[in-house]
Design a protein around this ligand. Structure first.
Ligand code: BGC
Length: 755
């Protein structure tokens, strides 16, 4: 299969193909031609498209390369993976990275970049967390949308993945996710929904897993009812690689393109011929493939500036690291005092800058911390590796590091998770750093307490057991190919840390919400913590954490003031002022959380509904305005089967993390104005408090006669009866017969009917 040339726009070239294709050709278009290409039908003028991983760089494999071979692709800029990039909380930056990725894709003739990954980090153990943005769906959706808009602004498509409820690697290709609908609607679907409705990705990639008993690739509710009918998705749904078990069932569910090349054309043709599969379904899938071809082949090949993209990767990395601790202002260090600094840890020389698996790119170049220090100071750093990357303890390396540490004023200690510990394809079993690295930390801290730890890891590691041995911790995540120079800029104060946690760092794995239900067993995983994922769990139950969601230090400080809440239409405009009160320029990430003060359903104590990153010079103040829409106040009602906003008070909390609320005010919402549905099985309490049902019920009581008026009933009795369904009155209350009750239900239905 040769690659489609993108130098000549051929928009509309497939128009003629639509009418003339025979069934066999149409069916052939619903699967790939090989590992990375869609099928071509040259006689009908339909070219093949090249799709490529994603998301933090291109993994375009060389022609003839082993399809599964990692590390076998053309060089491309390795931007920080989502665990880093997301920690920037910088929507504009992520959009810019997206445009750069789009330019690289165009230059390489790639039509669709397989990303972003917006699955929720349900457990810190998930081996693929580095590829996902957050434990919070609003944040993941907002950042993912920026990425999609950036890539697609260059005429290159994206594939929003992995849709949906793919939150672990253990048994990922079949595990049955048992999550209730509210949990799906509030936690696992909204990031996809936000991106589909605001950024219109060209394609969506279905996940491998099973959802509530139905393989996602065959799940019509997910792929058609929710994605297309409710959210209005009009692009193409492709499968994750190898996710389809049965092409007929997948097509019927709304999956247009099975990837990669799959057998089974005969079975699809036979199903159409026997009438088991409506040919119109194949036609629709083909229309979507051809529409994608039309869109994609309209791009031109281009070039990109590798130096400029490396510089952008460095800027992104600088915003991605999170300063967790900085006792006594140990950081930043003086660049002039380099002789007095010991650089310890193999990661300073051999950086770990991306995760393992399908997202792995071959970088155009890689900055190490050691190189960057040498460049900054013009003299080589005093370095000892301290440990081996294979985790085998090496006392000689520790001894060497201790000698170096003992002779230094300050130690920069580079610790983290080696590649073998976390990857696509499997989950971790614990949160701890490797034991040999903790031994090294202890030994170094014994001779020199001025230790700044810099971490390299794709997912959260525990810090509680060792942080008292350090004075500073810079959480560097995986920072992409320019992470070394970015880290040095941060350590030496050429840049101010501005990353914030997109995931809570717990004190212990035992404290995490999915602890008893991850990764499941017997092929089933029950999302037993329901909507209480991440900070929703920790904050609602007030569980102590090491560092809360949204947290991150700076070299400067910020004040918040002047909260104003301005109801506007269905939503609310929140404004406040942020001031840089320190003596360095720096960026603050101001976060808006909404707390439903009183609700008829259980809700997390608060949820992130807005944020803004503001760069301020010393003394500068800026007014920040954040618009909250109606959804910001809504929960998914299982009973009503829709988003519901209840009338009442909502506390608007503005702060620097989920546990550092600086301003709060109350917004009284009129609610969405839609009265709840009442049936005979609705309780008396629900009837009494209903705007239409309440008066009707009181009237019926009065008309039933014999008994006291509602106002005269013993309040204790009323309280006892409040939980009983209306129909039960027939057994207890003379006069409230089945006919009267049916009449009440009908009367309410007439009043509240909405077509
Ligand atoms: C991964 C996808 C990836 C695809 C193609 C799958 O195993 O789950 O994220 O896009 O392979 O490499």
């Amino acid at each position: 299969m040769t690659q489609q040339s993108h130098s000549e726009p051929v928009r509309g070239a497939t128009a003629g193909a639509r009418a003339g294709l025979g069934l066999a050709s149409k069916v052939a278009l619903t699967t790939g031609a090989d590992f990375w290409h869609t099928a071509a039908i040259p006689e009908a003028g339909v070219p093949a498209l090249l799709v490529t991983d994603g998301p933090h760089g291109l993994r375009k494999q060389s022609e003839g390369g082993d399809a599964l071979g990692l590390g076998d692709s053309v060089p491309a800029t390795c931007f920080p993976p989502a665990v880093g990039l997301g920690s920037s909380w910088n929507v504009d930056l992520i959009h810019t990275v997206g445009t750069a990725l789009g330019d690289e894709a165009r230059a390489e003739g790639v039509s669709v970049l397989l990303g972003p990954g917006v699955n929720i980090r349900r457990s810190p153990l998930c081996g693929r967390n580095f590829e996902y943005y957050s434990e919070d769906p609003f944040l993941a959706g907002t950042l993912g949308a920026a990425w999609v808009l950036g890539v697609q602004s260059r005429g290159v498509g994206t594939s929003l993945k992995h849709f949906a409820a793919n939150n672990q690697e253990t048994d990922r290709m079949r595990v049955d996710v048992q999550a209730d609908e509210r949990t799906l609607r509030e936690i696992y679907l909204p990031a996809f929904e936000r991106i589909v409705t605001t950024a219109r990705p060209w394609t969506v990639m279905c996940s491998y897993n099973t959802l509530r008993g139905v393989a996602v690739s065959e799940n019509r509710w997910l792929l058609t009812t929710v994605l297309r009918d409710e959210w209005g998705f009009d692009g193409l749904v492709m499968s994750d690689w190898g996710a389809v078990n049965d092409r007929v069932r997948a097509l019927a569910a709304g999956l247009d393109l099975t990837m990669p090349a799959a057998a089974g054309d005969d079975a699809v043709i036979a199903a159409v011929e026997s009438g088991a599969l409506d040919e119109a379904i194949v036609d629709t899938a083909v229309e979507r493939v051809l529409a994608l071809v039309d869109r994609a082949t309209a791009t031109d090949a281009g070039r990109y500036d590798t130096d400029a993209h490396h510089a952008l990767a460095a800027a992104a990395a600088t915003e991605s690291a999170v300063l967790l601790m900085n006792e006594g202002g140990l950081l930043p260090l003086e660049a002039t005092a380099l002789e007095s600094i010991a650089v310890i840890g193999e990661f300073a020389r051999t950086p770990r800058f991306q995760g393992s698996g399908s997202s792995q790119v071959v970088p155009t170049r890689v900055d190490s911390v050691l190189d960057a220090i040498t460049e900054l100071a013009g003299t080589a750093a005093r370095f000892a590796p301290g440990f081996r990357l294979d985790g085998v303890a090496d006392p000689d390396l520790v001894a060497e590091a201790v000698t170096l540490a003992g002779s230094a004023d300050t130690v920069l200690l580079f610790l983290g998770l080696p590649t073998a510990v976390e990857s696509e394809g499997f989950d971790r079993t614990g949160l701890a750093l490797p034991a040999d690295q903790l031994t090294l930390l202890d030994a170094v801290a014994d001779v020199n307490p001025r230790v700044a730890v810099v971490l390299s890891n794709g997912a959260v590691v525990s810090v509680a057991e060792w942080r008292d041995r350090a004075q500073a911790i810079l959480e560097g995540w995986l920072l992409g190919q320019a992470g070394g120079s970015a880290t040095v800029d941060l350590l030496f104060g050429l840049a101010t840390p501005s990353g914030r946690l997109t995931e809570t760092i717990p004190l212990r794995l035992e404290d995490t919400p999915s602890r008893l239900n991850f990764p499941g067993s017997d092929g089933v995983v029950v999302y037993g913590e329901r909507i209480h994922v991440g900070y929703r769990w920790f904050d609602t139950l007030d569980v102590p954490v090491a560092y809360p969601f949204g947290f991150g230090l700076s070299y400067t400080t910020f004040d918040y003031a002047d909260l104003a809440l301005d109801p506007s239409g269905d939503g609310l405009t929140v404004s406040f002022t942020v001031t840089n009160t320190g003596d360095r320029a720096g960026a603050e990430v101001a976060q808006v959380y909404v707390r439903d003060v009183e609700s008829t359903v259980d809700r997390p104590v608060h949820e992130l509904k807005g944020f803004a990153k503001v760069l301020l010079v010393p003394g500068e103040s800026r007014q920040v305005t954040i618009a909250l829409d109606e959804r910001a106040f809504a929960f998914w009602s299982v009973r009503e089967h829709r988003w519901v906003v209840e009338a009442g008070d909502f506390e608007i909390r503005v702060g620097a993390s989920s546990r550092d609320i600086r301003l709060a005010g109350v917004h009284t919402s009129p609610g969405d104005g839609i009265p709840p549905t009442l049936t005979g099985m609705s309780t008396l309490g629900e009837w009494f408090t209903h705007p239409i049902g309440g008066p009707l019920l009181a009237e019926a009581f009065a008309a039933a006669g014999g008994g006291p008026g509602l106002g005269d009933v013993d309040p204790l009795l009323l309280k006892m009866a409040a939980g009983a369904p209306l129909t039960k009155l027939a057994a207890f209350s003379p006069g409230m017969t089945g006919t009267v009750i049916d009449g009440l239900v009908e009367a309410v239905r007439e009043h509240t009917f909405r077509p």
